[in-house]
Design a protein around this ligand. Structure first.
Ligand code: H2B
Length: 97
C-alpha cells in the first residue's frame, strides 16, 4: 500500500515533472498535451497504456482528436503518490524521444 503525499509536498516536487500541475480538486497530477493529430495522440496513449500495465498504475485520461488530458492519481491512496510521479516522469521521457 502506497501513501498519498500531502498537497504542499506535491507542489514542492512539481519541478521534477515539467509540464505537470496539481489538480487539487481531483487530487491528481495533470497535464494537457496537443499532439500532431489523432494518430500521434493514440500512439502515445498506446505507449502509456503499456507502461501503465507494467507498473500496474493506470492513468485517468480524455482524448479529443489531437488533445490528450491526463490525470495521475493513486486510487488506493486517495491522492497523489510516488507512483504518480514515476508515471509522469515516464510519460515526459516518452515525449522527449
Ligand atoms: N492505478 C491507479 N492510478 N491507482 C491505483 O490505486 C491503482 C491503479 N491500483 N491500478 C491498482 C491498479 C490496483 O487496483 C490493482 C488491484 O493492483
Amino acid at each position: 500500500m502506497v501513501a498519498a503525499l500531502d498537497e504542499a509536498r506535491v507542489t514542492e516536487r512539481l519541478g521534477e515533472v515539467p509540464g505537470w500541475t496539481l489538480d487539487a480538486t481531483r487530487g491528481a497530477l495533470y497535464r494537457q498535451l496537443r499532439l500532431k493529430d489523432f494518430a500521434s495522440a493514440f500512439a502515445l496513449m498506446t505507449r502509456i497504456a503499456l507502461a501503465a500495465e507494467q507498473a500496474d498504475h493506470h492513468p485517468e485520461w480524455s482524448n479529443v482528436y489531437n488533445r490528450l488530458d491526463i490525470w495521475l492519481t493513486t486510487h488506493d491512496a486517495g491522492g497523489v503518490s510516488e507512483r504518480d510521479f514515476a508515471l509522469a516522469r515516464a510519460i515526459n521521457a516518452m515525449l522527449e524521444e
